[in-house]
Ligand binder design. Structure first.
Ligand code: UDX
Length: 454
């Protein structure tokens, strides 16, 4: 059983995989084209905020189990399995950009030309069905001068980790999916994962294209679950005394439904759901099926951030010159990532309306500065953010925001109006002291109450 692995591409998936293997006793060599990133990783510093990763990366580096290099692709030759974790971003039409992963496949193939023994290439990047077999395999074969199935093996092994829980998910996945070109490829990867996870983790073996589809289907299903509950939330808001939180709780107790991903709010963001739903739509259209359901998932998600801005307008009237506090910028808690974060369309719309925007996030302010520059104000704490605001919108459900009390809002804001975009506050308690509005909460007579309190 091989204990020497290489990983090309060192983003969330690549680095979490690398650290996961390294701390469990595998010798890992990571490759990137970014020498600054490689340097940081070799010092034990992850290039992004991710709980648990720093400590474990440091440990892996100190024990010399993980080394990262830029440009030194020859290192692949010292290993027996190479994982591809290169990014596959969206193109402007929603389809996926394969430029980078094609370059990676060529780079690996070129190196394999010199290798005498069998080598397994494993695609971990998210790619639409057919990509590994029809696009990447020919590139590796051509650049290596070798034949897939004979000289080297090929697998597609989708990754299901969540940001904010990347290492934990890498070490404890619900399932492992192995798409295999042939039996030998699948067997090689299966043995690696049985050694890594033991016998408790289910491992499913499929064709390459089925594995590719499993990843898209899983993400599209979760995204659809979110858009579904947001649709219910939007209906709930029109009806007095209905609360989507209770609806979701009761729905979730039905084992066929399950409670996960039924949190209504301002929609999904991040580097996966928005990109993967768009890519599956583009792929589906390309192969001749009109994916109405997926298009609706996407439409609901795009409209959702506007709802809190509209609520703000309904309550304050003209937003020109009004001061709006935004709590939370990251696309979800425990990360500084703002890719497709719902905060972005919300802030842009508020600025368009002439509002003055002040923001706070425990870790994502440096990211936000690169997006909004001087167009908004950056607070140093949640309380600082609330000071003299006309309205506050809760955008990301960080734990530290959950600890704020209605008194904190009442004492610090000019007008104590709070819009809970993630349903973290207790409506009964908060409505007693401040004007409180939340996604999916049907209020009795909100305007009267707003006038009373403001
Ligand atoms: C997701 C998948 O969960 C993971 O399996 C895949 O590998 C990558 O994409 P991630 O993007 O890290 O992971 O975050 P996730 O926790 O899934 O949340 C995505 C978005 O959905 C966030 O913006 C989150 O706020 C939102 N969300 C999630 C909801 O709005 N409601 C929910 O109930 C759950």
């Amino acid at each position: 059983m091989t204990k020497r692995l290489s990983i090309v591409g060192i983003g969330y998936v690549g680095l979490s995989t690398a650290v996961g293997f390294a701390i469990k006793g595998y010798q890992v060599h990571a490759l990137t084209h970014n020498s600054e990133k490689a340097q940081k990783i070799n010092q034990g510093i992850p290039p992004f905020h991710e709980p648990d990763l720093q400590k474990n990366l440091q440990e892996a580096v100190n024990k010399k189990m993980l080394k990262c290099t830029a440009k030194d692709a020859d290192m692949i030759l010292n290993t027996d399995i190479t994982f591809i974790a290169t990014g596959t971003p969206s193109k402007s039409d929603g389809s996926i950009e394969l430029k980078y992963i094609k370059e990676t496949a060529k780079e690996i193939g070129t190196k394999l030309r010199k290798k005498q023994s069998y080598h397994l290439v494993v695609v971990k990047s998210t790619v639409v069905p057919g990509t590994t077999e029809r696009i990447l395999k020919p590139i590796i074969e051509k650049s290596s001068g070798k034949q897939c199935g004979k000289d080297f093996g090929l697998c597609m092994n989708p990754e299901f980790l969540r940001q904010g829980a990347a290492l934990q998910d890498t070490l404890n996945p619900d399932r492992v999916v192995i798409g295999e070109f042939d039996k030998r490829s699948g067997e090689t990867l299966f043995n690696l994962y049985r050694d890594f996870y033991g016998s408790d983790t289910p491992i499913l073996r499929t064709s390459l294209s089925t594995a590719e589809m499993i990843k898209y289907a899983s993400n599209a299903f979760l995204a659809t679950k979110i858009s579904f509950i947001n649709t219910i939330a939007n209906i709930c808001e029109q009806v007095p005394n209905v609360d989507v939180k209770k609806v979701a709780e009761a729905m979730g107790l039905d084992k066929r439904i399950g409670k996960a991903f039924l949190n209504a709010g301002i929609g999904y963001g991040g580097s996966c759901f928005p990109k993967d739903v768009k890519a599956l739509i583009a792929f589906s259209e390309e192969v001749g099926y009109e994916p109405i359901l997926l298009k609706s998932t996407e439409t609901v998600n795009q409209a959702q951030p506007n709802r809190v801005v509209q609520l703000c307008k309904n309550l304050l009237g003209d937003l020109n010159g009004k001061s709006i506090a935004i709590l939370g910028l990251a696309f979800k808690p425990e990360t500084d990532d703002m890719r497709e974060a719902r905060a972005i369309p919300i802030i842009n719309k508020l600025l368009q309306e002439g509002a003055k925007v002040i923001v706070y996030d425990p870790v994502a302010i440096p990211t936000a500065r690169t997006i909004f520059k001087e167009k908004i104000r950056y607070a140093v704490s949640a309380i600082d953010c609330l000071k003299n605001a006309d309205c506050c919108i809760l955008v990301t459900e960080w734990d530290e925001f959950k600890n704020l009390t209605s008194e904190d809002f009442r004492k610090n804001m000019k007008k104590p109006i709070l819009i809970d975009g993630r349903r973290i506050y207790n409506p009964e308690k908060f409505s007693q002291k401040i004007f409180f509005k939340a996604i999916g909460l049907g209020n009795k007579s909100e305007n009267t109450r707003a006038k009373e309190l403001v």
